[in-house]
Ligand binder design. Structure first.
Ligand SMILES: Cc1cc2nc3c(=O)[nH]c(=O)nc-3n(C[C@H](O)[C@H](O)[C@H](O)COP(=O)(O)O)c2cc1C
Length: 351
């Protein structure tokens, strides 16, 4: 195969490099994968409305998220077990994100510690994705470590009280290879060689809105709720003091048959009415998808699988190439839409 030139090329190349179980774990979704394919298709269906005769001799993709400057409105979504893609794992992903100037959000279920990932890209901003475990003591230590190692936000994932039914994993009999360690769960013991279902079994399914106050009291870090899918929950998120939300269906891996995130975004943006920042993820494969998300009112997008495919193809360098490619695509889409910066994208730029 010739050198990959778009995210889909990286996905094909990654498929040829990864074992079937690992590829299925990364690529797959829940049930019939309607949400998974729906996310991708919804971005593709939207149409851009370019304006012409605008001076685009200087275009910047820079923006801020929660006040932190980033080189583009695309962040690296938290994805578990990155050493399964490549030995560079999360430290490699962190260096790639830092090189391109964006934020990596580290998963609770990472295969490196929060400390290692911070040390891999010391000057770069980073966020920590939190799963609240049944063991609240361990959960507290996750937050303490995030504070200690300079993570700038806690991204609480709220769409996974139980694991979605991932049929690709059932078919391949996927288990996390014994030699790949998930340090956050080490204290609980017995997680080596677990299935994703067993790993996610550590998450507390009883978590409710009223628990957010306690979570907030654990640190001064901004709290981002990831996995909001309705205007009603967006309203509650604001009421309960979230600093931002991510419109997300977990990349189609949790409840199947939910609406595509691109389709949900306008109702959530309307409900939030500018009170907090709204991000979106799911199915972003092109820079033009990011510009469409901005047009629908998102401040930024998160990309999960796209940088993972880069990591699988060529470790840190591959993840960096994918992020650079997306940044270049965002810049080109902005320029051809007649926008000189993310802030100049308006509702009228997409239908
Ligand atoms: C392999 C994989 C592992 C994931 N692990 C996590 C995780 O540990 N925590 C989390 O909040 N979301 C997790 N997600 C969801 C992503 O953060 C994100 O919502 C999703 O990947 C976005 O869709 P995309 O892959 O189409 O970009 C995971 C997604 C994938 C593909």
């Amino acid at each position: 195969m010739s050198d990959p030139v778009c995210v889909t090329d990286y996905e094909r190349l990654a498929e040829s490099k990864l074992q079937a179980g690992a590829f299925g774990y990364y690529a797959g979704g829940a049930g019939d994968e309607l949400a998974l394919s729906g996310n991708v298709e919804a971005w593709r269906r939207l149409r851009l409305r370019p304006r012409v005769l605008v001076d685009v001799s200087a275009v910047s993709t820079e923006t801020t998220v929660l006040g932190t400057p980033v080189s583009m409105p695309l962040l690296v979504a938290p994805t578990a077990i990155q050493r399964l893609a490549h030995p560079d794992g999360e430290p490699g992903m962190a260096r790639a994100a830092a090189a391109v100037g964006t934020i990596m959000c580290l998963s609770t279920l990472a295969t490196a510690t929060a400390e290692e990932v911070a040390a891999a890209a010391p000057g770069a901003p980073r966020w920590f994705q939190l799963y609240v475990l049944r063991d609240r003591g361990i959960t507290r230590t996750f937050v303490e470590q995030a504070v200690e190692h300079g993570y700038g936000a806690i991204v609480l994932t709220v769409d996974a009280p139980r694991l979605g039914r991932r049929e690709r994993d059932l078919r391949t009999g996927f288990r996390v290879p014994e030699e790949i360690v998930v340090p956050s769960l080490a204290a609980l013991g017995g997680w080596e060689g677990a299935t994703p279902l067993e790993l996610l079994g550590a998450i507390d399914p009883a978590l409710g809105w009223e628990d957010l106050a306690e979570l907030r009291s654990l640190s001064m870090l901004p709290l981002v709720l990831k996995g909001i899918q309705t205007a009603e929950d967006a309203e509650l998120a604001v009421e309960y003091g979230a600093d931002a939300i991510v419109v997300s269906n977990h990349g189609g891996r949790q409840l199947d048959s939910v609406a595509a995130t691109a389709a949900l975004l306008p109702e959530v943006v309307e409900a939030v009415a500018g009170r907090i920042e709204v991000y979106v993820d799911g199915g972003v494969r092109r820079g033009s998808d990011v510009v469409k998300a901005l047009a629908l009112g998102a401040r930024a997008v998160l990309a999960g699988r796209a940088p993972l495919w880069g990591l699988a193809c060529d470790g840190e360098a591959g993840a960096r190439s994918v992020l650079q490619l997306l940044r270049d695509e965002i810049e080109l889409a902005l320029a051809l839409c007649g926008c000189t910066a993310p802030g100049s994208v308006t509702r009228e730029h997409a239908r």
